[in-house]
Ligand binder design. Structure first.
Ligand code: UD1
Ligand code: UDP
Length: 362
């Protein structure tokens, strides 16, 4: 029987980061299907990425939508189980640390279907973050742990995961950046739309639960960003994640001095990110992308599961106090910075698919 793979995804970063794997599966003519959990569903968080990246439409969409952690995870868990019982793939692939990832992996593991976790071995060591719980549990029920770096592999070994399950592949986000940057350069019109010029603005993203669900923290970060805009006399562009938009309205928070826009598509985001003076973010993927693109990053959190970005000097942890945010931006400009991208050569998708096809004995 030929190998059959289920690709499970559900949120914006999973669609972007899984796209190189899906392209490889298509190129190698492997039997696979895409199962969308529906965790993200707004057009600009979901369908636009399938269209822009030319991805096949999901064969299934569980349409889990938004709810509490338990409810969302449970809906996905039972929805995935039904589909897996019907399809019985040999391997389920998940990537990252969302509720979709944990629920997809768990449903498969309980059916004794092999689980491949892409982006295994990341740790923030902060169990208050839902993502940290999701990462740990997913790693520990996986059969193939695709670690992006040697550091991630070391972490997994330290937790007792057998070495033969771990494969250092690089991160598929490098593949995604390399595959799309020049297309974005040809197609995006975002500078004209926003009336800004390259290297003359700052770019922000902010959506982590621990930041935006806490009025005080969210407000302090917005104040820090205003200080950056005032100090440098340059626009601070903030494509607002729907989660953050909802909280801003509930908390009655304004964002004076900032340019708030709707989430943008991947090509526009790559253009904004590769040409900004500096990125300020609490996103995991954007810490990596900025590092790959040679752009300085200030992380609006107290920790990171991407320590490679700190080690090469591409990123700094600023926390969320408003003065610290400005201070860390200034610090990042103090010296010239050059670094090598630590996340791989852009062939992670190819390696992952080769490992799966080579290792298959069914
Ligand atoms: C989720 C992930 C987070 C990841 C992020 C990527 C978990 C626990 N969180 O956070 O790790 O970094 O995705 O962007 O899995 N909403 C919409 N439209 C959508 C999706 C969400 O309006 O398409 C709004 C809803 O108000 C919803 C809120 O955003 O209640 C939060 O959505 P949810 O999927 O629970 O978490 P994210 O913040 O998106
Ligand atoms: N992204 C995008 N448009 C935006 C913001 C982000 O296309 O307005 C892309 C970005 O290039 C990256 C991914 O979304 O590839 C990161 O997703 P997000 O920050 O939502 O999730 P995280 O990485 O924090 O889990």
């Amino acid at each position: 029987m030929p190998l059959k793979i289920a690709v499970i995804l559900g949120t914006r970063p999973e669609i972007v980061k899984m796209s190189p794997v899906i392209r490889q599966l298509e190129a190698k003519d492997i039997d696979f299907f895409v199962l969308h959990t529906g965790q993200h569903y707004s057009y600009d968080m979901d369908a636009i990425f399938f269209e822009q990246l030319g991805l096949p439409q999901p064969k299934y969409n569980i349409e889990a939508g938004s709810s509490s952690h338990a409810e969302q995870t449970a809906t996905i868990l039972s929805g995935v189980e039904k589909i897996l019982l019907d399809e019985f793939p040999d391997v389920v692939l998940v990537e990252g640390d969302t509720n979709s990832v944990l629920a997809g992996a768990l449903a498969a593991a309980k059916l004794h279907i092999k689980v491949g976790h892409i982006e295994a071995g990341l740790r923030s060591y902060d169990r208050n973050m839902p993502e940290e719980i999701n990462r740990i549990l997913t790693d520990h029920c996986s059969d193939y742990l695709f670690a992006p770096t040697e550091k991630a592999k070391t972490i997994l070994l330290g937790e007792g995961i057998p070495e033969e399950k771990i494969h250092v592949t690089g991160n598929t986000i490098v593949d995604a950046v390399y595959q799309n940057l020049s297309i974005a350069q040809g197609q995006s019109n975002i500078f004209n739309i926003l009336n800004i010029r390259p290297a003359q603005y700052f770019l922000v993203t902010l959506h982590r639960q621990e930041n935006v669900d806490n009025r005080e923290r969210f407000s302090s970060i917005l104040d820090g960003l205003r200080k950056v805009a005032e100090f440098y006399h340059q626009p601070v562009i903030y494509p607002v994640h729907p989660h953050s938009r909802k909280r801003m309205s509930e908390f009655g928070l304004a964002a004076p001095g900032l340019t708030l826009i709707e989430p943008v598509d991947y090509f526009d985001f790559l253009m904004l990110e590769s040409n900004t003076r500096l990125v300020l973010t609490d996103s995991g993927g954007i810490q990596e992308e900025a590092c790959i693109l040679g752009v300085r990053c200030v992380t609006l959190r107290d920790n990171t599961e991407r320590p490679e970005t700190l080690e090469v000097g591409a990123n700094v942890i600023a926390g969320t106090a408003s003065d610290d945010i400005l201070e860390n931006v200034r610090l990042m400009f103090e010296i010239e910075r050059y670094w090598q991208n630590p996340f791989g050569d852009g062939r992670a998708g190819e390696r992952i698919v080769d490992i799966l096809t080579g290792g298959f004995d069914g």
